[in-house]
Design a protein around this ligand. Sequence first.
Ligand SMILES: *[C@@H]1O[C@H](CO)[C@@H](O)[C@H](O)[C@H]1NC(C)=O
Ligand SMILES: *[C@@H]1O[C@H](CO)[C@@H](O)[C@H](O)[C@H]1NC(C)=O
Ligand SMILES: *[C@@H]1O[C@H](CO)[C@@H](O)[C@H](O)[C@H]1NC(C)=O
Ligand SMILES: *[C@@H]1O[C@H](CO)[C@@H](O)[C@H](O)[C@H]1NC(C)=O
Ligand SMILES: *[C@@H]1O[C@H](CO)[C@@H](O)[C@H](O)[C@H]1NC(C)=O
Ligand SMILES: *[C@@H]1O[C@H](CO)[C@@H](O)[C@H](O)[C@H]1NC(C)=O
Ligand SMILES: *[C@@H]1O[C@H](CO)[C@@H](O)[C@H](O)[C@H]1NC(C)=O
Ligand SMILES: *[C@@H]1O[C@H](CO)[C@@H](O)[C@H](O)[C@H]1NC(C)=O
Length: 741
Amino acid sequence: MASLSTTLLFLSFCFSLLFFSSFSQEDPQKTYIVYMGSHPKGKVSTSSHHIRFLTETIGSNFAPRSLIHSYKRSFNGFVAKLTEAEAKKVSEMEGVISVFPNGKKQLHTTRSWDFMGFSEQVKRVPAVESNIIVGVFDSGIWPESPSFDDAGYGPPPAKWRGRCEVSANFSCNDKIIGARSYRSNGKHLENDIKGPIDSDGHGTHTASTVAGGLVRQASMLGLGLGTARGGVPSARIAAYKVCWSDGCTDADILAAFDDAIADGVDIISGSLGGSSVKDYFNDSIAIGSFHAMQKGILTTLAVGNNGPEFTTIVNFSPWSLSVAASTTDRKFETKVKLGDGREFNGVSVNTFDLNGTQIPLVYAGDIPKAPFDRSVSRMCFENTVDKERVKGKIVVCDSLAVPGGVVAVEGAAGIIMQDESPQDDTNSYPLPASHVGPKPGALILSYINSTRVPTASIMKSRGRKRNRAPFVASFSSRGPNPITPNILKPDISGPGVEILAAWPSTVSPSGAEEDNKRVLYNVISGTSMACPHVTAAAAYVKSFHPTWSPAALKSALITTAFPMSHKRNPDGELAYGAGHINPLGAVHPGLIYNASETDYVKFLCGQGYSTESLRRLSDDNASCSANNSGTVFELNYPSFALSTNASNPISQVFRRRVTNVGSSYATSYKAVIVNPWRDLKITVKPSVLLFKRLGEELSFEVRIGGQIRKGVESAALVWDDGKHKVRSPITVFNANLHSLD
Ligand SMILES: *[C@@H]1O[C@H](CO)[C@@H](O)[C@H](O)[C@H]1NC(C)=O
Ligand SMILES: *[C@@H]1O[C@H](CO)[C@@H](O)[C@H](O)[C@H]1NC(C)=O
Ligand SMILES: *[C@@H]1O[C@H](CO)[C@@H](O)[C@H](O)[C@H]1NC(C)=O
Ligand SMILES: *[C@@H]1O[C@H](CO)[C@@H](O)[C@H](O)[C@H]1NC(C)=O
Ligand SMILES: *[C@@H]1O[C@H](CO)[C@@H](O)[C@H](O)[C@H]1NC(C)=O
Ligand SMILES: *[C@@H]1O[C@H](CO)[C@@H](O)[C@H](O)[C@H]1NC(C)=O
Ligand SMILES: *[C@@H]1O[C@H](CO)[C@@H](O)[C@H](O)[C@H]1NC(C)=O
Ligand SMILES: *[C@@H]1O[C@H](CO)[C@@H](O)[C@H](O)[C@H]1NC(C)=O
């Protein structure tokens, strides 16, 4: 509470900087977001409206100072310092949809494009692609990267209304056409640089994955050598810096949506998310992406890195595209060679070269620092290992020791980690490192015990072919959708493991301060890396079909995805959605499951949101009358999910519509059901759809019966006209999923 008295409130309009001082001991003020939906038709909301509103609600001498930011370009609302009692009062006022505290969210190769059959030579529509503007919500951007060289690009598209926050350190060009930064609390931490410049690396990496230009001979100190390129290399980038070293606040994320929608971006990519489940209208990203959808802008989002448990997904609104992370067919292998000549394969991204030099080897369990004993020090927790005895040696730790372990063994010549899950280690470390499984781990420990002067060496990583790819990474968050379980989330999976992309030369590749390495390309992993691949694929599809709605783009990507294997991921669709992204296929989906703002409003009515709220959300006079309310099973979603009690017989009907975007001749599509386990009884009515013209929309029903025997069961509906296979995953899962037996 005391810190509030020194909070600098940056008021971005007509008021000057003020120290905040007014709060009561009993009910301290906190920052809240007050969300009020769309602008009233024909009116604009301004900060003076919001001040008047606050004044009327909570008292005259208080409001102006408490208002931190007004959203006024693309939707209506504001950020204010309020007590809990005031927040409650505000939430009861007419016109207010939700009031929620300003929470924090986190930022959760090139080979990757070839791996999905998307080569450098694919057909493109350069004139259209170069008019596509991708809004990247992230940690900013480092414009000096060769990936953002603007040689050969024309001026920004005429529709662009955005801005570039130019400073001594930062300017835009014809590739990065816009860059803004958001820090509503006005405080900058030591590790952060003011303005849109990327002092983390994450934003540079994601932006270059979407739309970086072609850079030959890119590698991370020799690893992953090849041509680095974004998925839509001609497209333009608008960077919205909402994330700083202490996270990304809801207030700043919403401010970026408010601007990006009005600036004229075509698509938004967000590799960030919260850690708690929030209702759609208490979540900044769900709110922002709803207004983006209203304006025809698709928002692509990472599902989070909290897997592999169920219901860990963080971005799951039906109007956005939620992306899981999978492997490519490349992996990095890091050999460990012992003094007795034995070699073991480990995993990591290790660019250090010890040239085979044998170095003394020690087990962290053998060198605890008082008062800790070996049972603690073996895990390399910070301050538990005797630092004198690690100096110049390679240390073996019994866990994935990031980042504490690296600190614990500071001064060491290298680190070998051993545990059950080396395959999940996709990190680079500030020292030579390899991560081995329990079998080689045990052999290494017994070698240490049996040898007077044990030694080892760690080799530089080498790229290797990964078999059985793709599968979803363990870290990738899983469904089901926590708010609407009967909408399948994630939607789709994209490459997110060991992805090479641009990096600021001002930031170390491991992110550790003691790491003095500098690289122009870095290999990192996360759903954050998967998301921009899918954003780029959506932008690529949009370059062929500029008028398609966000739902149409989603449908095209979902129904053309490469099916993935239930064998590798027993949690099936709840891990990978429809499957692995197929950018080329998505240009010709044949049929699409379209949805408009009205469809989402109907869905929300059916979910119990009030007429009052929805009227404010939507531009038209939406009301939840009987004929304007739909169940979740009627939302025209391109996939089918059903949460059920394992012991109950199932009986559920889904209603859908498909639009012909394939052939201008009469075509008939036949429904094919893929049902490997036969536990489910699936029928489609009608089972043949005859389209007479382009743009024609036809309806059908899918009926699911039977009973499930496994936690997650998978099937699919494929509409097939002999040329297109329009595949929608069908998944039925136990409502009480904890873990799979
Ligand atoms: C410019 O960047 C340097 C280091 O990258 C930093 O120390 C300095 O504060 C920056 N200046 C401004 C005005 O941001
Ligand atoms: C938003 O969260 C608050 C609690 O923070 C809750 O009382 C309210 O019902 C939620 N609103 C919506 C629309 O879900
Ligand atoms: C390995 O060899 C390279 C090239 O000869 C040299 O630059 C580097 O310092 C050597 N590394 C070690 C740890 O000896
Ligand atoms: C190594 O020796 C220690 C104590 O001497 C013992 O507790 C441990 O089990 C041994 N480890 C292996 C892998 O043999
Ligand atoms: C989908 O619906 C939207 C909104 O109603 C409409 O603008 C669009 O033309 C439709 N079709 C496609 C292919 O996007
Ligand atoms: C919305 O409702 C208002 C008042 O009920 C009415 O004047 C207006 O014409 C309606 N607008 C639309 C688009 O239906
Ligand atoms: C219900 O829908 C019909 C046709 O779609 C429309 O004419 C009618 O006005 C609607 N009724 C209400 C109460 O919205
Ligand atoms: C499952 O069964 C329980 C108890 O019979 C019931 O409360 C719950 O609503 C059921 N859930 C579903 C998804 O049918």
